[in-house]
Design a protein around this ligand. Structure first.
Ligand SMILES: Nc1ncnc2c1ncn2[C@@H]1O[C@H](COP(=O)(O)OP(=O)(O)OP(=O)(O)O)[C@@H](O)[C@H]1O
Ligand SMILES: [Mg+2]
Length: 142
């Protein structure tokens, strides 16, 4: 099963819709509550990054018997220094975005912490893709 969502740019009334829907679907499937929470948090952060920094994009959630994969893709400005972007507290968010409560620079670190695996690929001027994998039925070591 695969779910696909379109994430609009800078639309704060639509923000969080995809992750809320995924959370509902996962809960209905009867997944472990802690796992549902981890996926929902990571997906929300990714969704907001696409809306705020990525100029809009897509989220794809693929369900497999042993895992859930999330692919977030945008054709925005890209990330020049991925290691720096992954650092807690690093943010390029505008004052306006900060005044709405975003821009703590905690989104990517949070995604990394919650996912079992995460890779970020980006090219300046072309866009960014983030893959997150969540393993089912395996005890988590971290
Ligand atoms: N999809 C993206 N496209 C372009 N730049 C991005 C993208 N996602 C993240 N970034 C860059 O990485 C930085 C860090 O992202 P992160 O999610 O950790 O923090 P934030 O979005 O700035 O703040 P927070 O998530 O805490 O509200 C962003 O400020 C931005 O510069
Ligand atoms: Mg963020």
């Amino acid at each position: 099963m695969k779910l696909t969502y379109s994430i609009p740019s800078m639309d704060f009334s639509a923000a969080g819709k995809a992750s809320t829907d995924v959370k509902k679907t996962l809960a209905q499937l009867g997944l472990d509550r802690d796992l549902v929470k981890r996926i929902a948090v990571a997906m929300y952060e990714g969704e907001m990054n696409i809306a705020i920094h990525g100029g809009g994009g897509t989220a794809e959630i693929e369900f497999s018997p042993d895992r859930i994969d999330i692919l977030l893709v945008d054709r925005g400005p890209g990330i020049a220094d991925i290691a720096l972007a992954m650092t807690e507290g690093f943010s390029t968010a505008s004052e306006e975005v900060r005044s709405m409560g975003f821009g703590a620079g905690m989104g990517l670190p949070n995604m990394k912490r919650n996912a079992d695996e995460m890779t970020v690929e980006s090219r300046v001027g072309e866009g960014t893709s983030v893959r997150m994998r969540f393993l089912l039925g395996a005890a988590r070591c971290a």
